[in-house]
Write a protein that binds this ligand. Structure first.
Ligand code: EPZ
Length: 426
């Protein structure tokens, strides 16, 4: 098992470049299945969830060429069996996107129930509702979701809850259906716009992505394209918060500032200085931050994927902050770990009350999921003394070279492989 050892207390200073967006890239990689020609994807982050999605394509028969660490060529024409292997599906949430893309191309899909971060209940009823409305039948047997359709026909889909995954899957299934599909109460996150731009550049006819009504007119053929993934707003937000939390001074490059507005707003409210440029953002902070209460909301509200990081920053802010996260029912599992640093955080249901203390002190903690893991790294950077973050494989699912990028900003962070485990692996 690998872990990070962090000697805290260094303000982060310098420049960091943001990688491609995980949550756009995983969907777009699955989306290549719909293409009738090879596609070249650029700005793909080098992270564990991407490796899993690429492996799923490969196992199903796609031809994959890794051009360099952030560029992949996918030729999906060799896929003959629309079945996702069990172990790979269980390893990430994004495996659910193969339901929509396989259904769109083959009119059938067999995909084990997706895995991913344990954030509480993560149903896929809205995905299934969309597939059913488009003409597919579904069954769930032995933990595997099977979809079958004689033909897919455009339909009116109203989502009962705003769902990122459900919206993207409905687009995937509708893009080659006959006629017009209208999705109402659609999610508006940046990755939805990126997926729609990718498909439109291949010849799809999707309008309204980024609003809550998306119209898709089915097409017969999608051509191969070269497509660059958008920068990761959550990775960018994580470095923004880390800069403010360590009283640092960081220029965060390769970002779309518009995607970061809700994070910028909260950091400014807490007392950090944030300046936006065309494709970079500058964050600095020199005095103690102030309490800031917030609620997570669907885009353009404050993202649930940034809640653990911002909450962690507030553990040393002056005053009491109240944080509510209703998107998932179990997104405060990291609070137990934060208490090991001395943080004063109490959780009641989906609300946390954080009483700011003067200083965190280093601790040995476990990453409980991806964003919680990033938050514990931030806590380690803020804390006095040494912190050990275990189970960092969660963090590596979504952050490219986080330790290297942080060292570039002056952090004292080292990756350590547990001696005993290493010996056992020999
Ligand atoms: C995506 O998950 C992201 N994952 C998550 O990123 C992110 O936290 C989440 O959107 C919200 O922004 C990927 O893009 C791979 P949802 P997703 O469907 O699509 C309920 C990260 O750290 N719901 O928008 O699974 C659901 O229970 C992660 O990068 C249903 O009730 O999220 C939740 O309460 C983790 N029925 C809410 O909707 C459904 O059929 C939002 O979920 C689907 C969802």
């Amino acid at each position: 098992m690998e872990k990070f050892v962090i000697r805290g207390g260094n303000p982060l200073r310098g420049e960091v470049t943001i990688s491609g967006a995980k949550n756009a890239a995983v969907a777009i990689i699955a989306g290549t299945i719909l293409s009738d020609e090879p596609c070249l994807l650029e700005n793909v982050p080098e992270i564990r969830d991407i490796n899993i999605c690429v492996k799923i394509l490969y196992e199903m028969g796609a031809s994959i060429k890794i051009i360099d660490k952030n560029t992949i060529r996918v030729d999906p024409r060799g896929i003959s069996d629309p079945t996702v292997p069990y172990e790979l599906a269980r390893a990430c949430r994004a495996s659910s996107y193969f339901l929509g893309t396989l259904l769109g191309r083959f009119r059938q899909a067999d995909v084990p129930m997706p895995g991913g971060c344990d954030l509480g209940d993560r149903p896929i009823d809205q995905h299934l509702k969309a597939f059913n409305l488009l003409g597919a039948r579904h069954s769930i047997d032995g933990g595997c979701v099977s979809l079958r359709a004689d033909r897919l026909v455009g339909s009116q889909i109203y989502f009962d809850v705003v769902t990122v995954g459900g919206t993207i899957n409905a687009i995937f299934a509708a893009v080659k259906a006959d006629g017009l599909t209208v999705i109402e109460n659609a999610a508006k996150e940046p990755q939805i716009v990126d997926v729609a731009n990718f498909l439109n550049s291949m010849g799809a006819d999707i309008m309204g992505a980024g609003t809550d009504v998306i119209k898709i007119r089915g097409v017969k053929y999608l051509k191969g394209v070269t497509y660059g993934i958008i920068p990761d707003p959550i990775e960018a937000g994580t470095y923004m918060v880390a800069a403010a939390a360590t009283k640092g001074d960081v220029l965060i490059k390769n970002v779309i500032p518009k995607h970061l507005e809700s994070i910028t707003d909260k950091l400014r409210k807490a007392g950090a200085y944030v300046e936006e440029f065309d494709d970079s953002i500058h964050v600095r902070c020199s005095s103690r931050l102030m309490k800031t209460s917030f609620k997570t909301l669907v885009h353009p509200g404050f993202p649930t994927d940034m809640q653990p990081q911002l909450s962690t920053m507030l553990t040393t802010a002056e005053g009491t902050s109240v944080v509510t996260d209703n998107i998932f029912d179990n997104r405060f599992r990291y609070a137990n770990e934060l208490r090991r640093f001395g943080a004063d955080i109490t959780v009641e249901g989906t609300t946390a009350v954080i009483q700011g203390i003067e200083e965190l002190s280093g601790a040995t903690v476990k990453a409980t999921d991806l964003r919680a893991g990033a938050a514990l790294v931030i806590a380690g950077l803020m804390a006095n003394g040494t912190t050990v973050v275990e189970d960092i494989y969660h963090i590596e699912r979504g952050y490219e070279n986080i330790d290297e990028k942080l060292r570039g900003l002056g952090a004292d962070i080292t990756r350590v492989t547990d001696f005993d485990n290493k010996r056992m692996a020999v």
